[in-house]
Design a binder for this molecule. Structure first.
Ligand code: SF4
Length: 228
């Protein structure tokens, strides 16, 4: 795809009809985030349709609602669109960007810059960056412009962290999209792997990672004992 470096004002921003037509077959942008955080969490939500809210997810939900509530606005050389529908035919993704800034480059040429809001602080994994990069890939495909950078805003630190969509992050995002699709299509929830992240996971009471891990150890032991 040949990409322009900026968006002309007359370029249609979003094709809602095509999003509605394809979204049943597509995976959500948030599923990528969940997969990168923990594949079992992604499976519990998207295969087993289990959802549970905790303090962290409630805070995140309220934060997203507030961002979407404010509406679109213009400030100097920046136009701000909130709750922007997105899709990528290439990666089979559909979702909504919290906020997309359009920075005026010159005249009527605007550069899209996605901003995703997260309640906590930067995570050690790449889950948030992957979700943001997937948004950029959607914008590039929909608008035929290059989107080289975006930002993550974290509620705990009240700071923006700029993210450059380099080749490595784009590759990781495409691979995560493929793995997420395979996981959901396969319909099998992977076993838990207990880690520090589990303590913040809203599905810990449904997943029971420690208890399930113990059960699996016993099961493997019995299988070994009876495998003669
Ligand atoms: S509790 Fe841990 S293993 Fe279970 S879904 Fe959450 S993050 Fe994954």
């Amino acid at each position: 795809m040949t990409q322009q470096t900026g968006l002309k004002r007359s370029t249609p921003m979003v094709d809602d009809t095509s999003i509605k037509q394809v979204q049943d077959d597509f995976i959500s942008l948030s599923a990528l985030n969940q997969y990168a955080y923990c594949p079992r969490r992604c499976a519990l939500i998207h295969i087993e349709q289990i959802w549970s809210e905790n303090l962290f997810t409630a805070e995140g939900r309220i934060m997203h609602e507030r961002v979407h509530e404010v509406g679109n606005e213009s400030r100097g050389g920046v136009r701000i669109a909130r709750g922007v529908p997105l899709r990528s035919l290439k990666l089979g993704l559909v979702g909504v960007a919290d906020l997309v800034e359009f920075h005026r480059i010159s005249g009527d040429i605007w550069q899209p810059f996605p901003v995703e809001y997260k309640r906590g602080k930067p995570k050690p994994d790449h889950s948030d960056m992957i979700q943001l990069c997937a948004q950029a890939i959607c914008l590039e495909e929909m608008l035929s412009v290059a989107v080289p950078e975006g930002a993550l805003f974290y509620g705990r630190t009240r700071r923006r962290a700029d993210v450059v969509f380099d080749e490595a992050l784009r590759r990781e995002t495409a691979e995560t999209a493929e793995k997420t699709r395979d996981l959901i299509a396969g319909g099998i929830t992977p076993p838990p792997v207990y880690a520090k992240r589990c303590e913040k996971c809203s599905l810990i009471n449904e997943c029971l990672p420690k208890k399930m891990e113990k059960k699996m150890v016993v099961k493997r032991y019995l299988e070994r004992m009876t495998a003669v």
